[in-house]
Design a protein around this ligand. Structure first.
Ligand SMILES: C[S@@+](CC[C@H](N)C(=O)[O-])C[C@H]1O[C@@H](n2cnc3c(N)ncnc32)[C@H](O)[C@@H]1O
Length: 332
């Protein structure tokens, strides 16, 4: 596994916990992102006051703050995020360590901090935050015009414009089909290639104009959501990062440690579901010599947990969320 130390950033201010700061954070977080399935995920993590926890998707810090509220003075929380904008929300709390990195480097950082194999619980609230969709210049939303960017980590090189203007037609079709589940992937890829031969695709308006033959009125929103999702997943290499992070949870968590994952679309949910059930991404069950099923996890919820109607009404962006929880029964 490679590890980029360029993106390494730690924040662990001296001084003890800071109740005032936590209250102020409440207001900041509301503007950035409303935490999804908060109570359900905290129950799943089952926070012990002196435990070690990891929030691999810190975002606006909503879930991290809830973990800190449950931790005692001896407890510790590591929060990962690859987006520099989240640094504004780092709590001024000596129990918290911020890691400005992609979570695909989870194990190396845990080893660096001497907690690999000692972690009591890890939370992953996958995907992008409301902040990404609401900030015009980040280029994640088809509601605004702007540069075709879509990078969560603005230091990385690959942008949505880069993907659209340099990928082969075949690679574009694969991306649209695999990550956007778009049935029209092939003709759409061909249209994009023909369009960019005349003029590079630089802005969201350029892209919307290029795909206008596909945006019939009634299905427009669904089609664009799938198109933008496929680009975003590709730009941020989301599926590979997720697989790498999940694989490292077995070296990071201790036996009995909890893995709590919130997904937002079927591709990531399938991976998580298979991994928690079987310890591999294909969902293949392995048996020992005596026919006993070998799996590194014990499922805590057999039925997936979804937001209540009340939560969806309060926060419509939670509507596709799915929560899965498992406990490590052995480490590799
Ligand atoms: C859904 S938001 C998390 C919101 C957070 N739970 C809260 O309550 O505010 C996902 C966050 O994870 C970050 N993220 C997504 N994929 C990542 C990855 N591979 N490595 C590090 N951070 C990632 C995004 O930048 C975003 O801030």
């Amino acid at each position: 596994m490679e590890c980029s130390y360029i993106n390494m950033y730690f924040y662990s201010p001296k001084g003890t916990k800071n109740a005032n700061r936590i209250v102020k954070m409440e207001n900041l977080t509301k503007a950035y992102h409303i935490p999804v399935l908060l109570n359900e995920s905290m129950e799943g993590l089952d926070v012990h006051p002196s435990g070690v926890y990891v929030d691999v998707t810190f975002g606006g810090g909503g879930h991290s703050r809830a973990i800190l509220e449950r931790l005692g003075d001896e407890g510790r929380l590591y929060g990962f995020d690859q987006d520099a904008d989240t640094e504004l929300y780092i709590p001024n709390d000596s129990r918290f360590v911020f890691v400005r990195s992609n979570f695909r480097f989870l194990y190396n950082f845990m080893r660096y901090h001497k907690v690999a194999g000692k972690v009591d619980g890890l939370l992953a609230d996958l995907g992008v935050s409301s902040h990404h969709f609401d900030e015009q210049e980040r280029g994640f939303s088809f509601r605004f015009d702007g540069q075709l960017d879509m990078r969560m980590n603005t230091r990385s090189e690959r942008t949505a414009a880069g993907v659209l203007n340099t990928y082969t037609e075949e690679a574009l079709a694969d991306m649209l089909y695999l990550y956007g589940e778009l049935k029209q992937a092939r003709p759409l890829a061909s249209l994009l290639v023909r369009t960019r031969e005349r003029k590079k695709l630089e802005t969201i308006a350029d892209l919307l104009e290029a795909v206008s033959p596909y945006t019939g009125k009634d299905k427009e929103k669904k089609f664009l959501a799938q198109l933008f999702q496929s680009l975003r997943i590709e730009v941020n290499d989301e599926m590979r990062a997720l697989k790498e992070m999940l694989s490292q949870t077995l070296l990071t968590l201790k036996p009995g440690g909890r893995l709590v994952v919130i997904t937002y679309h079927s591709l990531e949910d399938r991976l998580v579901k298979n991994f928690l059930k079987t310890g591999n991404f294909e969902g293949k069950t392995e048996q020992d010599f005596y026919g006993n099923i070998q799996t590194p996890f014990r499922l805590i919820n057999h039925k997936v947990i979804t937001p209540s109607d009340e939560e969806v009404a309060r926060n419509p962006r939670s509507r596709s969320a799915k929560l899965r929880i498992a406990e490590v029964i052995k480490t590799t």
